[in-house]
Design a binder for this molecule. Structure first.
Ligand SMILES: [Zn+2]
Length: 281
């Protein structure tokens, strides 16, 4: 996909079952068969994709979110799993070619691929030459939540492997609501899902795209304004969502969904009931 001078790729780690307690399981034929059974249990699951984004402009290679990172660790049992490294390989890139990493927030389904454990059991940054950009608010909220006794439902924080990035000074803690990462790539703090949740706007030559993180996780969430179990601040989510959707419709921006299984990207339209619909590309 092209947005002005930027070449945008949606990478994919595959399709996962995510359970209410935040456990992830890779989907396979067996799981899909067993799903009707699981649906009756208290800990229900739903299918989600994990789709990080690669943006290239000839000079920079920018990664938006780093996925679950299965199979990256030395001695991982998930040897044939698709992850950042296998995905970048498809485009002739290696993790050392990545110049910037942006983390929408630090829930582990968005950030765990940021590091891996090497064969000396030492944690290493997956993208060795990149800085990792996140909101300062997110880092402090994650530290606080990590120690909280009651954990909310869904994917949570697992900071253990991110401390290394902090120790090596690879984390760039953004404090601005709007932050220019590179000309044409802007980080926008939305809050809502988590206090330091951010999305990314890409624009060049009159064209634009939004990477929506968990503000709008998939095409199925376009008309669901309240996600009470998922969002720390549902009212703030609704505010941010209303604003972004209005803008994206007007600008006919490309919408990039991190958790979609089917329609991962498209532009917006409204149907006769004024509901948003996605025109897939
Ligand atoms: Zn997520």
């Amino acid at each position: 996909m092209k947005v002005g001078r930027f070449e945008i790729e949606q990478l994919s780690e595959g399709i996962f079952e995510v359970f209410e307690d935040g456990l992830f399981q890779k989907s396979n034929a067996e799981d899909i068969k067993a799903k009707s059974q699981l649906g009756k249990m208290a800990n229900r699951s739903s299918s989600i994709g994990i789709n990080p984004i690669l943006i290239r402009d000839g000079k920079h290679n920018v990664l938006l979110d780093t996925g679950l990172g299965w199979g990256l660790d030395h001695k991982s049992k998930y040897v044939n799993t698709s992850n950042l490294v296998t995905n970048l390989d498809i485009f002739g890139l290696s993790p050392s070619d990545i110049t910037h990493v942006v983390l929408s927030h630090l829930h582990y389904d968005h950030a765990a691929g940021s590091t891996f454990v090497d064969d000396h059991t030492s944690t290493q940054p997956t993208m060795p030459y990149a800085n990792y950009f996140l909101q300062k608010k997110e880092w402090y909220f994650a530290l606080q939540e990590q120690n909280a006794r009651e954990k909310p439902l869904g994917a949570g924080y697992n900071l253990d492997e991110l401390y290394k990035l902090a120790a090596e000074d690879k984390l760039v803690m953004v404090t601005d609501t709007y932050f220019e990462l590179l000309p044409g790539i802007e980080l926008i703090r939305t809050g809502g899902h988590t206090p330091g949740h951010q999305i990314v706007k890409i624009q060049d030559g009159g064209e634009s795209a939004y990477f929506l993180g968990d503000l709008i996780p998939s095409e199925h969430h376009l008309n669901h304004y309240a996600m009470r179990q998922m969002d720390v601040d549902p009212v703030q989510s609704k505010k941010a969502k209303t604003l972004i959707l209005r803008q994206a419709l007007e600008e006919q921006s490309l919408m990039l969904f991190y958790h979609s299984v089917h329609a991962k990207a498209g532009t917006l339209d409204r149907d006769k009931d004024k509901k948003f619909v996605l025109r897939e590309i």
